[in-house]
Write a protein that binds this ligand. Sequence first.
Ligand code: MN
Length: 501
Amino acid sequence: MIPDLKQFEVWFITGSQHLYGEETLRQVAEHSQKIADTFDKSKHIPVRVIYKPVVKTPDEIYNTLADANITKNCIGIIAWMHTFSPAKMWINALKALHKPMLQLHTQFNRDIPWSSIDMDFMNLNQSAHGDREFGFMVSRMRLNRKVVTGHWENEQVQQKINIWCRAAAAWYDWQGAKFVRFGDNMRQVAVTDGDKVEAQLKFGYEVNTHGIGDLVAVINASTTKEIDDMINVYETSYTLVDSLKKEGNQRQSLIEAAKIEVGLAKFLKEGNYKGYTDTFEDLHGMVQLPGIPSQRMMATGYGFGGEGDWKVSALVRAMKVMASGIPGGNSFMEDYTYHFEPNNEMVLGSHMLEICPSIANAKPRCEVHPLGIGGKADPVRLVFNVAAGKGLNASIIDMGNRFRLLVNEVEAVEATNDLPKLPVARVLWKPLPDMNTGCTAWILAGGAHHTGYSQNLTSEYFEDFAAIAGIELVLINEDTKLYNFKKELQWGEVYYQLNKS
Ligand code: MN
């Protein structure tokens, strides 16, 4: 369900011009090929990197970028000006480009060869000014791109390229993606709602609703064999409480949960969906709110949002694609309850049920308890704690004239207390820079209570993703000062009124 990133390619495109003559252009091509091959084989870069012949004329540039636009599985381009490539030649091609771009500001030779440097060397190693000429044009055209500076063999340079590739892969995954809402938004809730038409224009994914009855029909068509097989998976993967075991008095609840999961998985697969939402206010015909089924759908790579929150469902999906193959997990999350103990303030994050076991610190327990909301039978859920360490919460909100991606870096802390009467998956974290500043900033920015929680993505992923999407990114981290933060929000208001592109 989470795509293998090696099926994606980025094109390595080197700009030059005919002025240099055959011999220099031959060397440009050779160097360019070497860099592309190194990236292609690099353990830091998760996608294929494809060398493209050096472009030297407006036609060559246009044709190469136009090919990138229409080539399936090409998720973006890396542009590098080894020599000088007059940037007016790039205008029409850049106007037409609609795939993400990274401008690599590197040089083939790491060091200046002090004793042998001559004009031939200078003619060849010109990215210091070639990349500036190109950079001017991209900035003059107000095009977003990531600029990565440094020698191409440097590990940090390749890591930065890695992050951008993953953001580009998640963006690619969104184009034409389908998310399904089972039922509508939770009644009267504001932040989970938003403009789905604008989202499709801006983000490329569509969100459509199915009445819960459409799902219930598929759930009810589950066969005994399918349900038994699912229960087998539960029994081998998790520690079941006694009441859910074979002779347990709540075994029927487990059977119902398995039946829901069989139907849900089938519905999502047949509809080619990449994520979904549900709401406890609309469960007609369902015996219990999907707990373990939603948890496990997320673990296989589906986006999920509670209460009809389609924006967070799509975001969780994007986070899972960005993090493909990296240790650690990503989950739907909700800021639930605060601990205001002086000098030890923290947030308890959870949801009614639906936290992804990809962030569990140990084999989850499978339990069944009353929900106290929604008026349905007791739902089965996976219960676990989450490891300490760096993490972040991300939220996409609809500000009316734009989408805002908000990120708060956090420090997850080890749960030292048992929570015997809170049988849900949960995580404790301390927001950066501190509880008061972090939460105040989040509130001021209008961040939702629903987020995507990540253990393995840094804010740079979201910076790159927001730039590709052309939306606002607001970051709350150790450097956040409230006075400056408020100004940043005000400046953003002006910027997004002026920048309609
Ligand atoms: Mn919620």
